[in-house]
Write a protein that binds this ligand. Sequence first.
Ligand code: HEM
Length: 480
Amino acid sequence: MSGPVTKIGSPGSRPPYPAPLAILADMKDEVIATVRSSVPPGENWPDLRKTWGFRRDPLTPLLDCYERYGPVFSIRVLFGANVFMIGPEANHFMLVSGRENFSWRKGRMGDLIPLLGDGLLTTDGQFHDTSRALIMPAFHRERVVAAAEVMAAEAAGAADAIDAAEPLDVYHWTRDLAMRIAMQALFGFDPDSNRAEEMAATFERGLGFYGREYPMQLIWGPFTPASRMHADRRRLEELVGAEIARRRERGGGGEADGADILSSLIDATDEDGERLAESHVLDHVLTLLFAGHDTTTSTVSFLAYELARHPEWVKRLRAELDEVCGDREPTTEELFSGLPLLTRAVDETLRLYPPAWIGARRCVRDYEFEGVKVGAGLPVAYSSWVSHRLPDVFENPHDFEPDRFEPEARAKWPRGAYVPFGMGPRVCIGKRFGYTEVHAIAAALIRRFDLELPDDYKLTIQQAPTLSPRGGLPMRLTPA
Ligand code: HEM
């Protein structure tokens, strides 16, 4: 593998870190924006009670602000004003027509740099675009076909092993399964091997840092959550670095080791034959692990939750699976596009609970949207979660109604209305991969079990690092 590639250039300076420095930088930017009258109207007074409420349930106050102030407003959370852009047009502006006004790296995404480094989620501009072009082949159809076979086999094996006599935490069951799939698809590791288990455990521990309450993330120094997360990152560097070195020693790049994504990244070349530097391969593969793992786990869990509340949908989906697949597991083609009812149910789940619910950016130049001025330096976010719940766009927005995804009905939605994978040039690179994985796991469960929630279960939603059922999802599964 060659050294760093000059064409890719540098990812740019890192946002201020540790977190307390970032807070000071944000405060300075907000003062400047206030003096220049470019903080949008909204809930801008400091209010601890509201901040606490927002951290537990951001959906209600954000919908309320949309109602009162329109598609652009700001809301103070903890120490700083955060601008939100809500609704189809605002989504399109942030993700397509006005996207040059925003940086991912300088926004809250930059907080992920200590764990993920300079991957696609934490970079912008030429560095990002060149990296994305090099990574893209790893997500071409034929690559996902290979991964889909692993997904279907792993999902069937895990579902067969469920002991229906015992309650099951569907969230944690899915999380383990998704990690086994990721270990094979990303690294070509046997998921039962020691190295896969250590990699998975180290990554989960490192990621756990971002699920902690924010004040805990601010503490800096030895023996703190931050220092443990840094130690996990160092261990991940060793583990992935050893695997890259092993493949290089054997020669033939990664391809000799099969069709996993690490191989594609090691072998990726641009039109001049230049390759990704080793440190970039590491950052990209960790970013893919992060971006794909939580999101698919949450989608399966929320789908299971809604199916338990809508047994009529379990019947419809099982009838579809019986008709299309009979006694066998779905084929890759069927997972891709042969189960339209299941796809509708997955789409509706992603409307109600889009795991990557907030697209956090920083405004890097002044702009105006629908007559509201937004000043450079302010944190700005779009939110699929809030946009997907707007009553002026979706009828009965809080209800699980998968048939709203019938093609004719869907064609009437304005562009930017439905964005669970983002949109535009930075739309989710793993969309087909994640979609297929969710279908494979959901199909394995629905074919085998009826799903039931405990009588006293009440869903509460954790928002970081992605939406997930707080405390897991206890369920009782009864053989179908
Ligand atoms: C149901 C599953 C998934 C959902 C809902 C999802 C959602 C998203 C969303 C909303 C974005 C854009 C974020 C923004 O605009 O701020 C995104 C980006 C991304 N996703 Fe996914 N994702 C899923 C699965 C995956 C998988 C399986 C992978 C990789 C294996 C992946 C890798 C990425 C990457 C690398 C990006 C950044 C792309 C770029 O900036 O060029 N995602 N995803």
